[in-house]
Design a protein around this ligand. Structure first.
Ligand code: SF4
Length: 174
C-alpha cells in the first residue's frame, strides 16, 4: 500500500505539540488506522523536545523565511529558523518517498499551519498564512489542507477504493 495522505502527527492523537498535548481528530485517526495515511511531526523530526518553547514566524511569511527574509523565533528570542526548515525538508522527503499527494495539517502552527499562523508578536493574534512545512509541501505540488478541512468529502479523492464505501457509511465524522 502506498499512502497518499500525510497527516500532522498531533491530529492522529500523538502528544507531540509544544505543550505536550495532542489535537486528536477522529477522521485523522481512522485514516491512519485503516492504512490510508501516514503521520509526521516536523518539529519532532527536527529534534525539538516535548514540551518545547512556543515559536512564531516573525516579520514576514513562511515564503519570506524560505527566502531568508524572515525568521522563526521562540518566545524567549532564540532563532530556530534552521530547525524549522530542516523539519520541513524531512517531511517533504518522507512525502515524496510515499507518493503523498495531499496533506492535512494542524492549523495555526508555525510548521503545519495552512490557513492561519500567529502573527509573530506572541500575543495570541492570528493572521492568514502558512507554516514552514505547509509552504514547502505546497511549493512541491502537494495539495495542502488544514484540519478545519478534514472532512470525508475532502479525503475521499485520496483514499483506496476499497475503503471509500465504509468511509461514507461512518457517521461519527459528520
Ligand atoms: Fe502537530 Fe505539526 Fe506542531 Fe508537530 S509541528 S505538533 S505535527 S502541528
Amino acid at each position: 500500500k502506498i499512502a497518499l495522505i500525510l497527516i500532522s502527527s498531533c491530529l492522529a492523537g500523538f502528544e507531540v505539540r509544544y505543550d505536550g498535548s495532542a489535537a486528536t481528530n477522529k477522521l485523522a485517526v481512522w485514516l491512519v488506522t485503516h492504512g490510508q495515511a501516514i503521520t509526521t511531526c516536523p518539529e519532532i523530526m527536527a529534534g525539538f523536545d516535548i514540551p518545547r518553547s512556543p515559536a512564531e514566524i516573525v516579520n514576514g511569511t513562511a515564503s519570506d523565511v524560505l527566502d531568508n527574509k524572515a525568521i522563526v523565533q521562540e518566545i524567549n528570542g532564540k532563532n530556530v529558523t534552521d530547525k524549522y526548515r530542516l523539519g520541513a525538508d524531512l517531511v517533504l522527503k518522507i512525502a515524496k518517498e510515499n507518493h503523498v499527494t495531499a496533506a492535512f495539517l494542524k492549523d495555526g502552527s508555525p510548521s503545519c499551519g495552512n490557513c492561519s499562523v500567529y502573527d509573530g508578536t506572541f500575543t495570541g493574534q492570528k493572521i492568514s498564512g502558512r507554516g514552514i512545512t505547509a509552504e514547502v509541501l505546497k511549493k512541491n505540488g502537494i495539495k495542502t489542507f488544514s484540519d478545519n478541512e478534514l472532512s470525508v468529502e475532502n479525503v475521499l479523492p485520496f483514499v483506496d477504493d476499497v475503503v471509500k464505501e465504509s468511509l461514507l457509511n461512518i457517521t461519527i465524522f459528520n
